[in-house]
Design a protein around this ligand. Structure first.
Ligand code: 5GP
Ligand code: ZN
Length: 114
């Protein structure tokens, strides 16, 4: 755990968040500033800075992460209407929190994205 990382604190239950799903490896919680009716962040409990170092989650960590994302989307009911999964990596993408997280966004028709 990185002591000054807010998502480490959320994963450890040391900081309040609206957690919608979790297992021993990942946690999903509502974004504090939602862009859509459904806007959840999925993060590994382990502190890694971004998708750029996904190998630090270990063998098949990326696969487990994506399976968890899909199960969260099903739980939230957006699997039928559709949703978008986004992750920001580094300055040009505007990454603000340097603990890997995937945004799961849905519940309304989303605009086009480059
Ligand atoms: P990113 O790093 O992907 O560019 O953006 C970080 C995201 O985390 C933003 O959408 C922001 O609203 C969300 N966020 C930042 N701090 C907190 C927090 O303390 N709690 C929650 N639930 N979300 C946060
Ligand atoms: Zn962290």
């Amino acid at each position: 755990m990185s002591s000054d990382c807010i998502f480490c604190k959320i994963a450890a239950g040391e900081m309040p968040a609206d957690v919608v799903a979790s297992d021993d490896e990942f946690v999903a919680f509502k974004d504090a500033h939602p862009l859509a009716p459904v806007h959840v962040l999925v993060a590994p409990r382990r502190h890694i800075t971004s998708l750029d170092v996904i190998e630090l989650l270990g063998p098949d960590g990326a696969g487990r992460l994506l399976h968890f994302v899909a199960s969260v989307a099903r739980e939230l009911g957006v699997h039928e209407t559709g949703y978008r999964v986004v992750t920001n990596i580094g300055p040009d993408a505007g990454q603000e929190v340097f603990h890997l997280h995937l945004h799961v966004i849905g519940g309304r028709r989303l605009g086009e994205m480059a």
